[in-house]
Design a protein around this ligand. Structure first.
Ligand code: DX5
Ligand code: ZN
Length: 219
């Protein structure tokens, strides 16, 4: 079953409350919450206070994408906010195996994010301990970028690993995901689609329900 994870960073920050209602109405399966430290990626986005407040204001499960160096300094606080998934970048930690154990011990589902140049070898000894792999189909940091086609091969490789070692693995694609890029992503094995500016966040008058349907009908 394909899930849509709405990248709330692409919503109207002046109307985040309303954005949550519109996303509930559109029956998105997850909220993709991008947290950025301005150092691991050249942008700063959505801090802990906003996470805590936003999580209190909706029942939609949260898929937190933590693009930050030394992410372990935030695990307890993010877990305390009650998020369902927390994904960290393999490139941002020294001891990824230990970090994944820490996240799982906090009672939330651990995920990892792979930047465009990172190979699936990074998953070899952790794939059985995680619930989700997020494949970056743009360079992390900003919405509105162009899809990196080379990542289609990586989706297929992750799918093949999942078939062997972790059949329930969620395989998410993040960056310029829309009705044009979805078919190839899903054909290669993606089952979570991060929806940003090129799919549903198209302004205050956009019909999110229709746009989510359009995403799912494009498969
Ligand atoms: C980029 C973020 C994405 C981004 C998606 O670093 O991880 O979630 O907001 O936005 P689009 O779909 O516009 O690329
Ligand atoms: Zn993201």
């Amino acid at each position: 079953m394909i899930k849509v994870s709405a990248s709330i960073m692409c919503g109207n920050p002046m109307k985040f409350g309303e954005e949550l209602r519109r996303l509930e109405d559109a029956n998105v399966e997850m909220i993709h919450f991008d947290m950025m430290d301005g150092s691991f990626v050249p942008n700063i986005a959505m801090g802990l206070y906003l996470l805590e407040d936003m999580k209190k204001n909706t029942k939609i499960p949260f898929d937190v994408h933590l693009a930050a160096w030394e992410p372990s300094q935030y695990y307890e606080r993010i877990a305390a906010a009650g998020v369902e998934y927390l994904s960290i970048h393999t490139e941002a930690v020294k001891h990824i195996h230990r970090d994944i154990q820490k996240i799982n011990e906090l009672g939330i589902s651990a995920g990892v994010v792979l930047n465009p140049a990172t190979t699936v070898n990074a998953l070899q000894y952790i794939i059985e301990d995680i619930k989700m792999v997020t494949i970056m189909t743009v360079d992390p940091g900003f919405a509105g970028q162009k899809f990196i086609k080379s990542q289609l091969k990586k989706i297929r490789e992750v799918k093949e690993m999942a078939q062997k070692y972790n059949k329930d693995l969620l395989i998410s694609v993040d960056g310029n995901i829309n009705k044009d890029t979805i078919p190839d992503c899903v054909k290669n094995g993606a089952n979570v689609l991060v929806a940003g500016t090129s799919s549903i966040f198209k302004g205050d008058n956009a019909n999110y329900k229709e746009l989510v349907k359009e995403m799912k009908n494009s498969i």
